[in-house]
Write a protein that binds this ligand. Structure first.
Ligand SMILES: Nc1ncnc2c1ncn2[C@@H]1O[C@H](COP(=O)(O)OP(=O)(O)OP(=O)(O)O)[C@@H](O)[C@H]1O
Length: 262
C-alpha cells in the first residue's frame, strides 16, 4: 500500500513553545485515521502540516509524494480536502451553498467571476446529495444550521476528488441528533473503498465513525500511541492521553469512554 503522508522526526516550535515534538508517522492509501487528544495537544497543528499550510521547524513532511517546503503548495493543496473551523470562518455568509462547494474547484473561497463547467456543477450537486444537503443548494451559507454547515464543508472538501481528506472536528458544536447523523454520514464515507485516505480530528471517542482503521493519540505535542485502532485505543493509552484514569469500550461498533475515578 502506497503512503499518502509521511512525517519523519517533525517538530514545530513557536518561540519557546513546542507545538509538535519529534512526530513520526506514515499514513497509507487505504487507511482512515482518527487523531484524539486534549485541548492544545497539537491536533490542528498536525492537520495544518498535512495540508501544507505549515512547514516543520525540524524534520521532513512528505504529502502525496512531495516534500512540503520543496513543492509548489498551490499544486499540492487542490489534491488535499480540508474542513476546519478556520476555513469555515472565511466562507462569505451570503455565498450560495452550491457555490461554496463549486468554488473549491478553483481553490477559492467566495465566488467571483469564474465560469464553472457542467462537470463541476454536476459534481457539486452529487456531493451535496451524498452529504444529504442537496435541498439547501440555493440557500446562503449564513442561513444554515451548524450541522448543515459542517455537511456543506465536507462536500466542499471532496469537490476536487482529493487524495487525502482532513477533517478537523467535523462534529464539533453539534447537538446529539446532529452529531449522530453526521457520524452516520462519516461512517458511510470512511467505509467507502473509493474514499480518499482520511485523517479525522476529534476530542471524543464517541465521534469515531465506522471504517476508521487507525488511531493517533497526542498529548502536549507528543505521540502517546499510534497504530491500528483496536490495539491503540486502550484504557492505558487513553488515560495517558488525557492525564486521567479512563476506561474505553466499544458496543456495536461505537466507542465510548468514561472516568474510572470514584
Ligand atoms: N503561534 C503560536 N505560538 C505559541 N503557541 C502556539 C502558537 N500557535 C499555537 N500554539 C499552541 O500550540 C498548541 C497546539 O495547538 P493546536 O491548535 O494544534 O491544538 P489542538 O490539539 O488542535 O487544540 P484544541 O483541541 O483546543 O483545538 C496550543 O497550546 C496552542 O496554544
Amino acid at each position: 500500500m502506497a503512503s499518502v503522508a509521511e512525517l519523519a522526526g517533525v517538530t514545530i516550535r513557536r518561540g519557546n513553545a513546542v507545538l509538535l515534538d519529534q512526530i513520526s508517522l506514515v499514513i497509507r492509501e487505504e487507511e482512515r485515521w482518527v487523531v484524539i487528544g486534549p485541548n492544545g495537544a497539537g491536533k490542528t497543528t498536525l492537520l495544518q502540516l498535512l495540508s501544507a499550510q505549515l512547514y516543520p521547524t525540524d524534520g521532513v513532511v512528505g504529502v502525496l509524494g512531495e516534500v512540503v517546503g520543496a513543492v509548489d503548495v498551490f499544486e499540492l493543496r487542490p489534491r488535499i480536502g480540508l474542513t476546519s473551523s478556520a476555513l469555515a470562518e472565511r466562507i462569505p455568509h451570503d455565498e450560495k451553498v452550491r457555490d461554496v462547494v463549486l468554488s473549491a474547484a478553483y481553490a477559492v473561497v467566495g465566488r467571483w467571476r469564474e465560469e464553472y463547467d457542467d462537470y463541476d456543477v454536476e459534481q457539486a450537486e452529487r456531493l451535496l446529495g451524498s452529504l444529504r444537503v442537496q435541498r439547501l443548494a440555493e440557500r446562503t451559507f449564513g442561513t444554515l444550521s451548524e450541522g448543515e454547515r459542517k455537511r456543506v464543508q465536507i462536500a466542499r472538501a471532496l469537490m476536487t476528488d482529493p487524495e487525502l481528506l482532513l477533517l478537523d472536528e467535523p462534529a464539533g458544536g453539534l447537538d446529539l441528533a446532529g452529531r449522530e447523523a453526521l457520524v452516520d454520514t462519516l461512517s458511510e464515507l470512511c467505509t467507502d473503498p473509493d474514499s480518499p485516505a482520511t485523517v479525522l480530528v476529534t476530542h471524543h471517542v464517541e465521534e469515531i465513525p465506522e471504517g476508521i482503521t487507525h488511531c493517533l493519540l497526542l498529548n502536549s505535542g507528543r505521540v502517546v500511541a499510534a497504530g491500528p485502532l483496536a490495539d491503540t485505543l486502550t484504557d492505558e493509552n487513553l488515560s495517558r492521553t488525557f492525564d486521567m484514569p479512563l476506561s474505553v469500550g466499544q458496543v456495536e461498533g461505537r466507542w465510548s469512554a468514561r472516568s474510572r475515578r470514584g
